[in-house]
Write a protein that binds this ligand. Sequence first.
Ligand code: SAH
Length: 252
Amino acid sequence: MRFDLITIFPEFFAGPLDHGIVRRAQEAGIAEIHVQDLREFVKDRHRTVDDRPFGGGEGMVLKPEPLFEAVEKLLGHGVGDAEKRVPSEAGTAVVLMSAAGRLFTQETARRYAKLERLILICGRYEGVDERVAEFLATEEISVGDYVLSGGELPAAIVVDAVTRLLPGALGNEASTENESFRELEPSETAQAATVPQPRQAKLLLDFPHYTRPAEYRGWKAPEVLIGGNHAEVAKWRRQHAAEKTRRNRPDL
Ligand code: SAH
């Protein structure tokens, strides 16, 4: 899968994407991550990417031209204009990182992991000219209900969450099947019946993990996990994943 990150701070990504699973996925050719410097797409001498907001007010806004041109160059074709829009390609999403976007969830990550290409636009300052959200991006995505100072951390979050779902990315490490936010099988929902009625699919958080020592400062790891009875272990994990989900995330 190919990721393009469009940013005015390309150096930002030296580090966050160079460790662990994401690094190995790149080395194995499972993920290709390209960081694009927005200023490279600016024609004027001063490389201006931002301007003052129409209507007045604080701060600066990222201009539409450099972003449209950057995305069109990456796509290899134009996206059109008010007269005639060029439809977007299946298999590619152009995502604007935005505090005012739709919430990014594990389900979004699963959907993106099926694409061939993700182009992520990182905003800065007061944000981005709205025509980018309306006519260039195919979606506008927020990583949570808080305001950050730039779209770079959110974009890195999306790349990480999606990359680890790509086939082969986890290598020998645990599979993604039992992780937090997996969807409950119909046979499991009866067991979790006390969970308040959800709006969508029921999701389950991960079960608690323990490792050696079996007793630490008098706090014991659950006996059943040490016993080695696989059926009992599986039952304990199901129950405690459900219990933890009820306690920490009843909304799920
Ligand atoms: N004025 C905007 C915030 C701008 S923050 C507002 O009130 O909604 C500057 C940039 O940071 C945004 O353009 C966006 O790209 C990024 N950003 C901030 N918070 C974010 C979040 N929760 N999720 C995704 N991107 C975010």
